[in-house]
Write a protein that binds this ligand. Sequence first.
Ligand code: DP6
Length: 333
Amino acid sequence: MKASAIANANIALVKYWGKRNKELMLPNNGSISMTTEGLCAHTTVEFDEKYTQDQLVLNGNEIKPGTEDYDDYVGKFLSVVRQISGTDLKVKIVSNNNFPTAAGLASSAAGFAALAAAVSKALNLPMDAKNLSMLARRGSGSATRSVLGGFVEWKRGEKEDGSDSYAEQIVDENFWPEFRMIICVTSKKEKKVKSRAGMAQTVKTSPMYKAWLETVDNDLETVRKAILEKDFTTVGKTAEENCLKMHATMITTKPPIIYWNAGTMEIIHAVMDWRDEGLESYFTIDAGPQVKIMCLEKDVNEIVKRVKQFSHIEDVIITKPGSGVKIVDDHLF
Ligand code: DP6
């Protein structure tokens, strides 16, 4: 009962921020993302009688049951898996990311998409993409979208049981191969406020949250249509505006959540200046200080050359639309 899977991370163009049901991990709004090629989690699971307790090794570090990092994430997810499958076998999980964990690079998205796929294979729970995305959702909201490749929409859904809150592919990874995200890593430190706690606090305290929710459906429609038309200007502009609206709700949370650092600000201003010069690029930022610059393939070299000259850059990663989760034979133990 051993299986492995690899899943790519994703970066949202229309963001998910806030839950309507914490237990079932149901969002207050729909979201759209690009699955990012090459930024991945590789996960192996084994359910076996030889294990006397659940075990998780993430990037070489053991995360023990009883800690918040375990109980609120993998622990909670495994209870769902045991409920669905009926198994009471203990499991060993080993997972490696090839990018910085918890620094706003959607590590939980790739991790839980890979974990959901590996678990369903190991326990022989046959699942289509829709059901797999709903299982991944129970681990982390953004993981719902990493099950599929290309550009993906996570439907908010209306039902209380969450059965209509799943991922749907808008177009696959081969549809728009010229689309690029340049990830500018401005700090590799773990962020102080995790997305889960941050969004709950925003929903509770930000006076801007209601306004955010009122505009998201419109952004979803605009971005969905612009992706299908390969209208880069509309995708980039709408995604950038959507990101700034989400950050407005974060900044106005009590106490304030400000994920940006000096490096983040430097890039925001630069991207806006480049656009005035005719170098078309837009930015988006998640729950961390990294800036993801959206551009087309033809402008990648020029933008990377400029980004590397900034003082706060720790890493630059170029990514394009990537594939959905895959079961692999390559086990990590
Ligand atoms: C800002 O999916 O990490 O990246 O569902 O609580 O695990 P949980 O949160 P998570 O939140 C992601 C928030 C975001 C926006 C996005 O990816 O849509």
